[in-house]
Ligand binder design. Structure first.
Ligand code: IMP
Ligand code: MG
Length: 176
């Protein structure tokens, strides 16, 4: 495993993002963070604690359709909270082609929040299928497969406190 972004670098980036968000939303009567399961769980927990204004926290689970329905997404686990009239920030682990997130934003917009923004800890330098206007991005990274801080390979490595690039020995060690 090659460390790409250390736990300390993540922590200081999350502090900055939290301060920016708190400043941008200081007058919001109703801020809701919506974490996209499962990859955002570490970032969501840290970010929520770095935003020192009142807010609500919820999560949404999404699955993309394979094959001919590429680009379409379905909700596997819906929000608990009502977001109508709320200022919503969707919290993501990584923006790659943007197709899942693009479709998710359409689904959420249909619920008529007062505003809808995106905060992702990572954005990968690949051609975007959906042009996602992410207001908050932690790190821009090259087109390499990364794990840790919520991101998985076959459900492993989500618990790494840093973001790393797995080597063949890490991927081979997987039993499945
Ligand atoms: P998109 O629809 O191409 O933007 O897909 C983004 C989703 O794919 C992310 O939310 C991740 O769950 C997953 N993903 C994309 N790149 C990586 C990676 O490098 N490591 C682990 N998961 C990734
Ligand atoms: Mg994801």
């Amino acid at each position: 495993m090659r460390v790409l972004i250390t736990a300390e670098e993540i922590a200081s980036c999350v502090r900055e993002l939290g301060a920016r968000i708190a400043d941008d939303y200081r007058d919001s009567p109703d801020l809701v963070l919506v974490g996209v399961l499962r990859g955002s769980f570490c970032f969501l927990a840290d970010l929520a604690r770095a935003i020192h204004v009142p807010l609500r926290v919820d999560c949404i689970g999404l699955a993309s359709y394979a094959g001919d329905r590429a680009g379409a997404v379905r909700i596997t686990s819906d929000l608990v909270e009502n977001i109508e009239g709320a200022d919503v920030i969707v919290v993501e682990d990584i923006i790659e082609r943007g197709s899942t997130l693009g479709a998710a934003l359409e689904l959420l917009a249909a619920r008529q929040p007062a505003s809808l923004a995106v905060c992702s800890i990572l954005r990968k330098d690949v051609p975007r299928e959906h042009d996602i206007d992410a207001r908050y991005v932690g790190f821009e990274i090259a087109d390499e497969f990364v794990v840790g801080y919520g991101l998985d390979y076959a459900q492993r490595f989500r618990n790494l406190p840093y973001i790393g690039i797995p080597g063949p020995e890490d991927l081979a060690a997987h039993p499945g």
